[in-house]
Design a protein around this ligand. Sequence first.
Ligand code: CA
Ligand code: CA
Ligand code: CA
Ligand code: CA
Length: 330
Amino acid sequence: MRLFILLVMLAAAAEAPTVRFIDIAAPAGLTVPNTFGGKDKKDSILESTGTGAAIFDFDGDGAEDIFIGNGPPSRSELYKNDGTGHFTEVGRQAGLTRTGWAQAACVGDIDNDGHPDLFVTYYGHNSLYRNLGNGKFQDVTERAGLPVTGTRWGSGCALIDYDRDGLLDIFVANYVDLDPANVPKPGSGRSCEWKGMAVWCGPHGLPAGHNALYHNNGDGTFTDVSAKAGILAPGSCYGLGAVTADFDNDGWPDIYVACDQTPSLLYRNKHDGTFEERGDAAGVAYNAGLQCRWPVAGRHGNRGGGLRWQRLSGYRQDQFLGRPAIAIPE
Ligand SMILES: [Ca+2]
Ligand SMILES: [Ca+2]
Ligand SMILES: [Ca+2]
Ligand SMILES: [Ca+2]
């Protein structure tokens, strides 16, 4: 019997797919180091998130390009693909010159002109870049009526036509309502220690953020409909990743927000411009241990016609720094 089991195991191992990935970032030209706070240690929770990336063909030449967010003092990077898999950093020439705590990056054609536009969340205020179609972007954040004053911690984002009027709207997950003048020091409180070590504080002990939804008015401007659409109804949360899909197959896009330490949220689209939060009822608010912790991102895959939930958990601090990595099957 043991021999039979061993033979079955060996046969299974022999049939297992053997896909290996190798890091080709440097030979492909992705050589600018990612920066996001301290390299050897993190003194603030602000240094613990980011940096988002987006792969899209910004110049319409048929080759996918890569945007990668960065923290200060670096600006974010835009790598142009020459069509052979080699990239050149063109962020400055393309008009992406802002420095700051860039977090998530979302791509969509917000004005339906055929050129994909770029939305980047930041600690501070988010940025909306209109693709001019000539290889350059224009920061239209203020002109679009999006907030440019005050301090919010935009973490995740999603472009979604929630009211199906043919215009992409903007959803933003906000993390901690962090006052830059009062960031507690490592080891300065109960939420600033881990297994006896002094670590950056939070998110427990810090005020949580509120998610936001901006309706596309079709004239280049957006209106904050967070309250009217029910986005604020669940209250504050430590929002991180956001993803949209029609999770209940009713033809209307819904929103899922993976939260850190607070229950994750599933905003179900009610077809009338409003949402109801159904995370707990749908079984996607907590992990298997009924805990709400460390969900870094939410994503979905299509398996057999239905949507499958997948949440990524458990990151290490050393995953936040280093040069960008891109891998292909060997
Ligand atoms: Ca391209
Ligand atoms: Ca556009
Ligand atoms: Ca819309
Ligand atoms: Ca739906």
